[in-house]
Design a protein around this ligand. Structure first.
Ligand code: MF3
Ligand code: CO
Ligand code: CO
Length: 280
């Protein structure tokens, strides 16, 4: 395992990449309403990255070992889709929940990665509670980040919070180091035991991105009816709803700095000092 420790200039480059990733979500937010299709969201996202920001999508053509190239500029995971949903032509409808996961690359070659949940239309109470609890679970993990803390402290905080709310934590996907590469060491599990795992050091940058299920934690490949597997979409095995939020976080000398913040970032939960969750 080799964890890169970012220098001052590299941290500045990551601040920019991550702010831009968050600004893509800000731009998309007013469009996320009943009737829009995830393919339309994909077009808006790509156009904003390329023609407004001058960034590139990190997901188009992304092909880790064992995968076909991912085809879209972002991931759109609706309802029982846990992650890596591929945009399609089905309109979003009242009561759906959708995760938009955006990763950009700056012209200088740095990656910023973040995702948010959106409730379409009015939304059902159970779905809204799952989304807000998952947001809080992410922040319970972020709150643990400081030099000397260990990765297990983050996972434990997220797992305890989510399970106490009656939900389950997906085990197969995790947060990750990020920088000049999309996925770097370390792996950041969203479950675990306190005081275990890698010790955090100033200059580390990684994502925290818990996937939380309303039902059981097991997952499977997603497909519609008898359709062949698309190679990416992951759904809950029991087809219960799943939610996810993601931030990219820097370990500072005294604690943490959330890098994926911008003017439209949702305010942090009450247990977080407001300035820690607000763009400078
Ligand atoms: N953005 C996702 C993450 O948080 C990865 C998506 S890979 C893709 O790590 F190929 F599915 F887009
Ligand atoms: Co992501
Ligand atoms: Co990520």
């Amino acid at each position: 395992m080799s964890i890169t420790i970012k220098t001052g200039a590299e941290i500045d480059a990551m601040r920019k990449a991550c702010r831009l990733a968050s600004e893509v979500l800000d731009y998309l937010t007013p469009f996320i309403k009943p009737g829009i299709t995830t393919n339309e969201i994909d077009k808006l996202s790509l156009d904003y990255m390329v023609n407004v920001q001058g960034t590139k999508s990190a997901t188009i053509g992304y092909a880790p070992p064992g995968h076909i190239p991912y085809p879209a500029s972002l991931c759109t995971s609706v309802n029982d889709v846990v992650c890596h949903g591929i945009p399609n032509d089905t309109p979003l409808k009242d009561g759906d929940i959708v995760n938009l996961d955006v990763t950009i690359i700056t012209p200088e070659g740095w990656y910023g990665d973040n995702s948010r949940m959106f409730v379409i239309g009015e939304g059902k109470i159970a779905a809204k509670r799952l989304c807000s609890t998952t947001f809080e679970a992410m922040w319970k993990g972020i709150e643990k980040v400081k030099p000397g803390a260990r990765l297990g402290d983050i996972g434990h905080a997220i797992q305890t919070f989510a399970e106490n709310a009656g939900y389950s934590v997906v085990r197969e996907y995790c947060g990750h180091g990020i920088g000049r590469k999309f996925h770097e060491d370390p792996q950041v599990l969203h479950y675990g035991r306190p005081n275990t795992g890698v010790e955090l050091v100033p200059g580390m940058i990684f994502t925290i991105e818990p996937m939380i299920n309303l039902g059981k934690r097991e997952i499977k490949e997603g497909r519609k009816g008898k359709a062949p597997y698309d190679g990416w979409t992951i759904v809950t095995k029991d087809r219960s709803l799943s939610a996810q939020w993601e931030h990219t976080v820097l370990v500072t000398e005294t604690g943490y700095e959330v890098l994926t913040l911008s003017a439209g970032s949702p305010p942090p939960p009450d247990f977080i000092p407001a300035e820690k969750g607000t763009a400078a």
